[in-house]
Design a protein around this ligand. Sequence first.
Ligand code: 5GP
Ligand code: ZN
Length: 119
Amino acid sequence: MTDIAKDECIFCRIVAGDIPAEVIHQDEEILAFRDNNAQAPTHILLIPREHVSSVAELDTSQESLAGRLLLGARSVAESEGLVASGYRLVVNHGADGGQSVGHLHLHLLGGRPLGWPPG
Ligand code: 5GP
Ligand code: ZN
């Protein structure tokens, strides 16, 4: 991706430290930070450091990155104390999925009964 596109991606800007975020966890491949419009008492986003626009753009060569995101979510859920009460992981894609930021992210939601199905 071009530097211009990267400059315009809000989550790439969070990775770069250009936009502040409450970071919960980071390693060489992923970053976890609190959603700034939380839909639950705990609402954390996990993203790859590298720009991947959507789950639909994940390549089979990125299997380990995909696993990192899932296992990262599991580990953050543990550190946030959500295992006993329960939590939900969500990945939105495209218009019907409600994706509003074009950088792959996994939502970790918990801290209240979330209901099903989602609206
Ligand atoms: P989506 O609708 O694409 O699945 O989720 C995008 C999420 O990113 C939303 O829940 C939204 O509140 C969150 N978000 C958008 N911009 C920012 C930001 O600048 N900082 C943080 N922390 N979260 C953001
Ligand atoms: Zn990005």
